[in-house]
Design a binder for this molecule. Structure first.
Ligand code: ATP
Ligand code: MG
Length: 433
């Protein structure tokens, strides 16, 4: 039998429900914050990622899925969402929309050729936001706070927000020099990737996974000592605004992020319940120069992305159960062909009126149909009966209390509305006890 490609997963059954739950919540929250949904292609020109994510990043050096299409175009399955959104922002001239800043959010699959492990797959879904054309630290604080709000609403509590600043270009150049001075005499004690990083992008050494515990990295100079006045003030503002939003955070100067395009604020949200690496459930930061690097004007931007499977892992580790719908409103049982036809009609009618309804599809015995209704956690059931139907009546039973009533069919929708509400209230009381 053919199996799924290495590092991919089938999202099925409970996991699929959990993911849908998260996606719905994200949609709702984005609606409250007034973000516009955006979809961009899953593949883009390879060059886009080289120019945005950066030639020295892990993603571009070792993780992209590159291919030539039949027209010999160089394409890449997107490893992250920002590059495509920035391209689309420029291509669709969103900078000239009346409504500024432009606030966008996306949700979809990303692809990275990585060593698969828990919470790290080759195809994974991220949702994320990008805000264009505001350099206000308020945006930085608001996006960080929004991400924390989403995690909280999902029921996660073991959350830690690490923030840092990379400063503006002057501060960063200054810092780069200090890092080169510091690391050059010590480089033989670091991994081979770090040796490369020292030449191309020394900041990235701080982000090394292999050497994370190495004292040399731990004792490296802090960016905070290289910031110029403006960058320092800007960072203080972000912190001040986060305090107002009551976001608990720690300043962690080792957070530099894996992508080349960041400046000023960067942040990572960890779930401490996930041990042994891969505990970052979302991350982002400011990228004021990326739009220009991709051919646009000087448009400041801020973004954030969260890995959905990482969130699932966090939920599992924290033993949080999402409130997944695992029941239906009504199961319609029947025996003969005439009743079956009515069942067919009625299921359709009730579904169109907003109820979750199932009926029998396997011609099972009544006894087996009752069992099926239980398996589906049906709140109500009805056993159709030709005689009742001739009298325009229907028998309906509360499947929990087993109380049964005969009602006029014309009153069925009203009856269900009323009684499902009562049912929910009783359930809620029961849950509170
Ligand atoms: P990591 O350090 O874990 O490799 P990253 O720096 O590569 O993360 P980003 O590019 O910032 O991650 O992506 C944002 C989020 O997407 C991560 O915080 C994580 O939750 C998720 N993510 C990244 N790579 C994967 C993957 N291979 N599988 C599942 N989720 C991922
Ligand atoms: Mg990575």
């Amino acid at each position: 039998m053919i199996q799924k490609p290495k590092g991919t997963e089938d999202i099925i059954l409970k996991k699929a429900k959990q993911i849908k739950y998260i996606e719905r919540l994200v949609d709702e929250v984005m609606d409250k914050y007034n973000y516009n949904y955006i979809e961009t292609p899953i593949f883009e020109s390879t060059e886009l990622f080289h120019r945005s994510v950066g030639d020295t990043s892990d993603i571009v050096t070792k993780e992209t899925y590159d291919f030539l299409d039949r027209g010999k175009r160089k394409l890449t399955l997107r490893p992250e969402g920002t590059a495509g959104v920035v391209r689309s922002y420029l291509e669709n001239k969103m900078y000239s929309l009346n409504n500024q800043p432009v606030k966008l959010y996306y949700n979809g699959p990303m692809f990275r050729y990585e060593r698969p492990q828990a919470g790290r797959t080759r195809q994974f879904s991220q949702f994320g936001v990008e805000v264009f054309n505001s350099d206000d630290p308020l945006i930085d604080a608001e996006v960080i706070s929004m991400s924390v709000n989403i995690y909280k609403m999902l029921g996660l509590s073991d959350i830690k927000v690490n923030i840092n600043t990379l400063g503006d270009k002057e501060s960063r150049d200054n810092y780069r020099k200090k890092l080169i001075e510091y690391f050059t005499p010590k480089i033989d004690n670091l991994c081979s990737d770090c040796k490369e990083r020292l030449k191309k992008n020394p900041l990235r050494i701080l982000d090394c996974k292999k050497d994370a515990e190495n004292e040399i990295i731990k004792n490296a100079p802090s960016i905070l000592d290289s910031l110029n006045k403006e960058s320092k003030e800007r960072f203080n503002k972000v912190c001040e605004y986060l305090d107002i939003l009551e976001v608990p955070y720690v300043i962690n100067t080792k957070v530099v992020r894996g992508l080349d395009y960041y400046n000023h604020t960067v942040f990572e949200v960890e779930d401490k319940s996930i041990t042994g690496g891969g505990n970052v459930i979302g991350a982002g930061g400011r990228y004021n120069s990326l739009v220009e690097e991709l051919g646009g004007e000087n448009v400041p931007a801020f973004g954030y992305a969260a890995g959905i499977s990482r969130i699932l892992l966090a939920l599992e580790k924290e033993e949080v159960e999402l409130d997944l719908k695992d029941d239906i409103d009504l199961f319609i049982l029947y025996v003969n062909e005439e009743e079956k036809k009515y069942a067919l009609y009625l299921t359709n009618e009730l579904r169109m009126n907003g109820f979750t309804v199932e009926t029998e599809y396997l011609s099972r015995s009544l006894k087996a149909q009752f069992k099926q209704a239980d398996r589906l956690n049906s709140k109500f059931i009805t056993v159709l009966n030709s005689e009742d139907l001739d009298n325009n009546e229907i028998k309906i039973k509360n499947n929990k209390t087993k109380e049964e009533e005969i009602i006029n069919i014309d009153a069925l929708i009203y009856y269900l509305e009323e009684n499902l509400d009562l049912y929910e209230e009783k359930e809620a009381e029961y849950d509170n006890e």
